[in-house]
Design a protein around this ligand. Sequence first.
Ligand SMILES: *Cc1c(COP(=O)(O)O)cnc(C)c1O
Length: 387
Amino acid sequence: MIEKQILQTLRKVCSDKNKFYSLHEPYFVGNESKYVKECIETGWVSSAGKFVDQFEKDIANFTGVKYAIATVNGTAALHICLLLAGVKPNDEVLSPTLTFVATTNAISYCNATPHFVDSDYETLGINTKKLEKYLEKIAEIKNNTCYNKKTKKIIRAIIPMHTFGHPVDLTHLNKICKKYKITMIEDAAEALGSFYKNKHVGNWGKLSAISFNGNKIITTGGGGIILTNSKKLAKLAKYITTTAKKPHPYEFFHNMIGYNYRLPNINAALGCAQLENINTFLKLKRKLSNQYQKLFSNIKGIKFFNEPKDCKSNFWLNVIILNKANIKLRNSILKITNDNKIMTRPAWTLMHKLPMYKKCPKMNLSIASDLEKRLINIPSNAFLWKK
Ligand SMILES: *Cc1c(COP(=O)(O)O)cnc(C)c1O
């Protein structure tokens, strides 16, 4: 029975029967307490402080993107990326149907319409081949702007999401964006430490967003960051996420609608300490995924998902994919593993099936619909790896 085989295989990694194994959890093994204590002792816990500046510098260094602007969470970062990319009410924004709801909600916050795109079996992200064919059919360019011929709306932007840390085919997507005058914004929320053709993700989009929620590869408790190589956009991002206040010693003057989206210093302190250990986390997570891959290769009827061509993934969440013949077993696999305190989870419900997004424009979504039925996430904590 394949359910038992999967449980036995996971037991080799999650070996303590009395313990609960989550999908992902934070590890504080460095300077976290020291830096947070420093915030408390100096009183710098809130909207300004040295750790925010330090964290922004450290993330820019690590990713190789020139500018980084810390935010209160990843969703807020995405929202601002879209605003600064020029997404306006009534625009359409292309985005995967297989994603976490934050990607799609950020589009709605701009009063724009999500337009759903199918997935790729090789990357689990946007299917660039299908997208190109689809745009040939439905899009036209007028005045350097891409229009949806059917809805007459502007297709302003696209949000590739690097699913579970696996990069999208960014070279091809970049070509499509250039051809169709569509702005790319990367949802790299799950992909800190992931590289495409030796360059960190977040370098391809005009703007990109990363999340530091508690379940991500490093955490600030809650937090996010905007990345961009444009000095002008970086300045504007800082301004708009800090209430758009004109600098002045005592006067309050705001010349546009800003947001209180800044990351508190105490959260940034946690992030600085976490980032000091990211290479350890990445190394361990790669070893864990190699171990899983070996173990699961002995089970017929499932596949362990490995990093796509030209990519170095952070293996944020490991994933197994059931063969089509085993689709019916998914729920019993989820049940037996969770009953045994080993957390497993199916893919997110696809965005075009959610009540608020049912009527949005979409292409044929057959691959995402198929993947949704076959995909299972398994425990992925870096410290699960054992020799
Ligand atoms: C985690 C996540 C976000 C946003 O995260 P926050 O919880 O707001 O920090 C956005 N998109 C994806 C795909 C995510 O996984």
